[in-house]
Design a protein around this ligand. Structure first.
Ligand code: LMR
Length: 353
């Protein structure tokens, strides 16, 4: 019995000593120093949330930006893209960005116009006669002034991305002259200027999140809506609408926004990588967004019986006249000098109205 008792005491003392001093196992796993693992702790993950499909101008641009950043940083910065509002829908994404739950969002400019009233500028009816005018506004004084407004809320504006011109669709009747809109219910994005635009056409407006529009149209709760061809195509709005007018009466442009604290936490080198990748993506998008919208218009024509009307110059003038007073109504909200800058660009490309 004695040797056995000795062994047991030995084991117990051993266990107690090991418990006090430790088993020689470090509290966290040892670092493995091989090439693949180096820098793992320093890896930066950026969550990029947006609400449209992957096969849209914004969806493709978001993925291209993610790929470029990963390449340029040798995998040190990873951008995870969440499309279709799977992470945050458009009603809540701006708060998520401010909380830091997501690092990048790219809402349509209309969706930040309540928070930053100057941004209503981009929703003014017939604000931009063509793509060159949009480009000039985004890259010039207008773009700079609009970005400056974001700083007050600790948001860093990374880029303006273009989708394209908005068109109108309806289930009620063809939309040829302003009177055709009377008595219909249209979905709008949350923007006072858009509300005023449709009110002047005799439309009842309904603010609705992008992801709910299809159902609103399908059930007949909504009569119509306005959007770009790529959104009308990718969300299949054209399958639940009878009429579409190619009116080019407004634009959908995106503002790519980063949480300000997150931006400031990045090293100069990482900020440069993000800026470079963003500039390349923005250039690619402005070269390709029009083509994508055109190609998808052709598909809509092939795939559905929707009746498409191309607005004539006379109809355009009629709509512009009906909507002209929105400018005076919102000049003080937006800021006189911004509206004047826009007027300069408009007058360069189109007769004033
Ligand atoms: C919409 O809500 O209609 C658009 O802003 C969606 C988008 O992001 O293009």
């Amino acid at each position: 019995m004695k040797p056995l008792f000795g062994i047991i005491v030995f084991i117990i003392i051993g266990i107690l000593t090991a418990t006090v001093l430790g088993f020689g196992i470090p509290s966290s796993p040892p670092k493995v120093y091989d090439a693949d693992q180096a820098g793992l702790d320093d890896r930066i993950v950026i969550k990029f949330s947006h609400v449209v499909a992957e096969n849209t101008p914004k969806g493709l641009a978001a993925q291209m930006f993610a790929d470029r950043v990963e390449e340029k940083s040798n995998g040190q910065i990873q951008v995870e893209v969440f499309p279709n509002g799977i992470l945050y829908t458009d009603g809540v994404e701006i708060e998520a960005l401010q909380r830091g739950d997501v690092q990048i969002i790219a809402p349509a400019s209309s969706k930040i116009s309540n928070m930053f009233p100057a941004w209503n500028l981009l929703d003014l009816p017939y604000a931009f006669p063509n793509h060159a005018a949009i480009q000039e506004a985004f890259e010039g004084k207008i773009g700079k002034q609009l970005f400056k407004k974001l700083e007050a809320r600790n948001i860093k504006g990374l880029a303006f991305w273009i989708n394209g011109f908005k068109q109108v669709t309806s289930n009620e009747r063809p939309l040829i002259v302003p009177e055709d809109f009377r008595g219909q219910r249209f979905r709008i994005m949350p923007s006072e200027v858009l509300e005023s635009q449709f009110t002047k056409m005799g439309v009842t407006t309904e603010i609705m999140s992008f992801n709910e529009v299809y159902r609103g149209l399908e059930t007949g709760y909504l009569d119509g809506q306005e959007n770009t061809i790529s959104n009308i195509y990718s969300k299949r709005f054209y399958t639940v609408q009878k009429y579409m007018t190619l009116s080019n009466h407004g634009i959908i442009g995106y503002t790519v926004l980063m949480n300000g604290d997150f931006w400031n936490s990045l090293s100069d080198e990482h900020q440069d990588i993000i800026t470079e990748a963003m500039n390349e993506t923005t250039r690619w998008l402005s070269d390709n967004a029009i083509k994508m919208n055109q190609a998808q218009l052709e598909r809509i024509k092939k795939e559905s019986p929707i009746q498409i009307h191309v607005q004539t110059p006379e109809e355009r003038n009629l709509w512009r006249k009906t909507l002209r007073s929105v400018y005076a109504e919102y000049e003080s909200v937006i800021g006189k000098n911004l509206v004047e800058e826009l007027r300069k660009i408009q007058n360069k490309y189109e007769e004033p109205f």
